[in-house]
Unconditional design. Sequence first.
Lengths: 142, 142
Amino acid sequence: MNNISIYTEKLRESGLRPTRQRLKICELLFSPEKTFHFTINDLTKIIEDKLSEKISLATIYNTIHAFKKKGYLKEISINSDKSYFDTNVTEHHHFFDEDTNELIDCSNDDIDSVNIKKNITGKKIKSIEVLIKVASDNQNQN
Amino acid sequence: MNNISIYTEKLRESGLRPTRQRLKICELLFSPEKTFHFTINDLTKIIEDKLSEKISLATIYNTIHAFKKKGYLKEISINSDKSYFDTNVTEHHHFFDEDTNELIDCSNDDIDSVNIKKNITGKKIKSIEVLIKVASDNQNQN
DNA sequence: CATTTACATTAAAACAATTCTAAACTGTTG
DNA sequence: CAACAGTTTAGAATTGTTTTAATGTAAATG
Ligand SMILES: [Mn+2]
Ligand SMILES: [Mn+2]
Ligand SMILES: [Zn+2]
Ligand SMILES: [Zn+2]
């Protein structure tokens, strides 16, 4: 099947024209069968190294932000060093491996649903997400 | 009671000598009856404005990091713009008000305890924390 | 089809948070 | 007091991110 037209649609939905650069980014993000987590730096490296392409940082940031705004990507905050993005846009929880700095999806089967009994008055709950930090047993957790 | 000796002890425990600047920081962090959340920028502002003191940024960062390492402060990741710190070092959950960018402790009474059924093999769970993002009902959530 | 216009890409500059550096300072110890 | 270890500081450097402004591209207009 023609993925290009899917990417084109996603770009249009995000308010962007389907350019060569943006289609390349789409291919990296949306063609893998499995969802994954990445930083802008990861993505830039892949574009440079694996694709031997050159897409300017500004274009990468613009495109990623447009997708995030539209809901085609999710941003995950693990630490304040950098932003992580997630191609799995469903509401879900994460393990964060402090040894490897790796972010791993927590299947809904692996956790009981979280029940909030009392909310802030006048506010609506937008999301409930759990972050489980893990590390090797015999590790010094700084 | 003499808080100074408590602060001195905390500093020593964190591997730092009790200097005038560091004791000032201790007072701001540990004398309030209620715990609170702050950014380095918040803290710097308080020192400058309310205390009319001048403590260099480097000293502030050093001291906060030493306390964090020792476990006298906790770092909370909400977004990647800046780090939030918490004087409540117990494991607990947070509401984050997207309208005001305010971080609010979620009392343990307000949430059922989170039950993880399956963990990553060979890893130990270091913490389980829930982040509940809230916003005004009639708000555009970008 | 030529012209206008809107949108894109880019390199580089600007920016903000954080970390590092190196020199001056302080307090303790021999 | 002299030597030393640790501290403070201003400012420089670094890092991730955003903005700018010049140039390019391609859809829309007539
Ligand atoms: Mn950090
Ligand atoms: Mn952000
Ligand atoms: Zn995920
Ligand atoms: Zn808290």
